[in-house]
Design a binder for this molecule. Structure first.
Ligand SMILES: [Zn+2]
Length: 198
């Protein structure tokens, strides 16, 4: 016997999420069926709204409702420093720390020859354009301490340094292989304070 079509579709949808296998997907689908209609509507609308109402900031690549984003519009921040991160969740982690008052640039990925991700596949072109057009003195590379994150940092450093802009890399504190997103605030603070020049 097969599941009725609507529930089969829901199970299929859940299975498209990272880390969700067939069993968990079925459990979530049956749980969803038992939810109040209003809660289901809210859930569905939240998904749709994330798709419809959010865009990438044309300056920094951060996820935003308004373009340019709130951070790029903020004139009280230090526009001469740009901290480069892998994704928007890293911006959130940095902002929670409240110590960094510069700008961000979100790459939306890292270079990965293994997965066929090259410089043109991530948000590098807009960073270079930004460096040419704005008065930027320092680029702080805060990609994760993974092999791909390190390779991306080296690539960016080689690309940017000839322009005379200072390029630094987040320092110790971040364990090898660790993600910025999961680092605690003290660790992030020390990593930023102890950044070294590339
Ligand atoms: Zn922005």
């Amino acid at each position: 016997m097969q599941y009725p079509e609507p529930i089969a579709r829901l199970i299929d949808s859940y299975m498209k999420l990272p880390g969700i296998g067939a069993k968990t997907a079925a459990r979530l689908a049956f749980f969803s069926m038992d939810m109040e209609e209003e809660a289901v509507m809210n859930f569905a609308n939240a998904l749709i709204s994330c798709k419809r109402d959010l865009r990438m900031c044309s300056v920094c690549g951060n996820i935003t409702q308004e373009d340019p984003c709130e951070i790029c519009r903020d004139t009280t921040r230090d526009h001469t420093k740009v901290l480069v991160v892998e994704d928007s969740r890293d911006v959130m982690s940095m902002e929670r720390m409240r110590e960094f008052r510069g700008m961000y640039h979100v790459l939306h990925g890292v270079l990965s020859p293994m997965e066929g991700t090259g410089p043109e596949d991530i948000n590098i072109a807009t960073l270079i354009k930004r460096l040419q057009e704005a008065e930027i003195e320092e680029v702080i590379i805060a990609t994760n301490a993974t092999a791909e994150g390190e390779a991306t940092a080296m690539y960016l450093s080689r690309l940017i340094k000839p322009s005379g802009i200072k390029v630094t890399r987040l320092a110790h504190g971040l364990a090898v292989g660790s993600d910025i997103e999961y680092a605690d605030e003290m660790t992030l603070f020390r990593a930023i304070e102890g950044r070294r020049e590339l």
